[in-house]
Design a binder for this molecule. Structure first.
Ligand code: PAF
Length: 280
């Protein structure tokens, strides 16, 4: 695996691959890798001839400086994992390569970005959309692989690629879960042992709500019960736990189209998010 930190070198390698007729996949990450990320690399390896992984802790998508400072940075370990997983090129730019002096442009996917996460993390998705657009343009990848764990992010990335005619096909990959149902996330490492034992209650309550909604129970009641269960289990604030249209994220009162339950809740100072399919 080759590691490059500047755009010229990246473009040179990709141009060589493309001249040889090879397709290129990209797996964008912020590092602190776990098996969920490696499943994206496997999907990329299966679907494209060459695989780029990117590691960049994007300051523009952190609305809270403390969260940015606390974000785990484990570059050497991450690079080893990516090499072992068969990544061809690791693109790991310093901040000034991504945001040079005087940087003044941002990408906003309006509507979708204001919902759910957008209500609680203002500006977050503008940061994501801007950096993902830049990564697509810098890597010129034919395909890009994102986890369904960040479902809203996945919908936003699909929309921006379509709206801006970026010639990249977006593939969403299923959420990997621990044996007790907790969605894998870099943030899980920040949970205390006691909170780690409580954490699966979120997915458990969402799954139970999904089952009763599929069986015809009133949506509002099922969601209220799920929020109460999460709090009774020991979570702090449940920021949202809602049924939404799978693609447009519009609020749903009944299950009349492909849908997801999406949730965000606090546990011991760590903000966990999750989502599940509830399509009938
Ligand atoms: O999902 C993430 O890790 C980040 O939001 C992404 C897509 C790498 C953009 O910084």
């Amino acid at each position: 695996m080759r590691t490059v930190r500047d755009v010229k070198a990246l473009r040179g390698v990709v141009a060589g691959w493309k001249a040889a007729g090879q397709s290129v996949g990209v797996v964008p990450t912020m590092g602190a890798l776990h098996p969920g990320h490696l499943s994206l690399v496997s999907a990329a390896r299966a679907g494209t001839d060459r695989v780029i992984a990117t590691i960049f802790v994007n300051p523009m998508q952190f609305n809270n400086p403390e969260d940015l400072a606390k974000y785990p940075r484990t570059e050497e370990r991450d690079a080893g994992m990516l090499a072992a997983a068969g990544v061809d090129l690791l693109f790991m730019p310093p901040p000034e390569v991504v945001y040079p002096e005087g940087f003044a442009t941002s990408v906003r996917v309006s509507g979708l970005s204001a919902e759910l996460e957008g209500m609680f993390r203002p500006g977050h998705f503008d940061g994501v959309a801007t950096v993902v657009t830049k990564l697509f343009l810098m890597t010129a990848a034919d395909r890009a692989f994102f986890g369904e764990k960040d479902w809203q992010q996945l919908q936003i990335v699909r929309r921006l690629a379509r709206d801006l005619n970026i010639p990249v096909a977006i593939t969403g990959c299923p959420t990997l879960r621990e044996a007790d149902g907790l969605a894998m996330s870099s943030r899980n490492t920040r949970l205390s042992a006691a909170d780690r034992a409580t954490a699966p209650a979120l997915h458990r309550a969402m799954s139970a709500a999904g089952t009763v909604i599929r069986n015809g129970a009133p949506v509002a009641e099922a969601l209220t019960r799920a929020r109460q269960e999460v709090q009774r289990a020991g979570f702090g604030e449940v920021e949202y736990l809602e049924l939404r249209g799978a693609e447009g994220l519009e609020p749903l009162q009944m299950l009349d189209r492909p849908a997801r339950i999406l949730a965000a809740a606090w546990l011991g100072g760590v903000r966990l998010i999750d989502n599940i399919d509830v399509t009938r």
